[in-house]
Design a protein around this ligand. Sequence first.
Ligand SMILES: *Cc1c(COP(=O)(O)O)cnc(C)c1O
Length: 230
Amino acid sequence: MSITDNLLKLKKEIEQEDVKLIAVSKTKPVEDIMEAYDAGQRLFGENHVQELVEKHEALPKDIEWHLIGHLQSNKVKYIAPFIHLIHSVDSLKLLQEINKQAAKNNRVINCLLQVYIADEETKYGLGFDEVIDLLRSDEFASLQNIKIVGLMGIATNSDNEKQIKEEFYELKTLFDGVKASYFRKDEDFKEISMGMSTDYKIAIEQGSTMVRIGSDIFGKRVIKHFKNEE
Ligand SMILES: *Cc1c(COP(=O)(O)O)cnc(C)c1O
């Protein structure tokens, strides 16, 4: 099936659940992204800053770019002028840098806190306690140019559906708790970014509002050993 066929099929399935589809185009050429764009897709996700910046420059300006991969503080400045949502905030220090660069650009940048839910050593993210500590801190309260609009998580890369379901369930439970305690009156705190090609159906059952799908749209990626790629 072509990119267009894959995309239209997925969009129909996912958007009828009122879930947003982020097309993960990392490692894929701009031609592939343009095919998806021409089929109506506007939300794209990348996990490397340099690749994201190059694609942003080359492609139509009404694309909403999502950063889904680990972000180093010293690279925030390159994406601050245009990024739509950063899914992968995993420290207060990073959030402070995003705030600083957003202010320089006269913007408020939307962010998700990435929460560690997988049973794997290599995944980035905050522990449940760290999420609470961050939200309670005075430093966080002083940040004016960022907005936390939800949480993100990556489940264990496994065939064990029960385990994946439990991990997504835990993230949804944390989301509900955090919402009730810290964002009760904040309508913008509403996103749970969870689910990829292999597990998006389970994620949607467990309350995902945004799925990040690459291979099911663009086909398998050639494996590249980038420093930050898992
Ligand atoms: C690559 C990636 C995805 C998409 O993975 P697929 O298995 O190709 O759908 C989703 N989320 C993150 C954080 C990724 O790095």
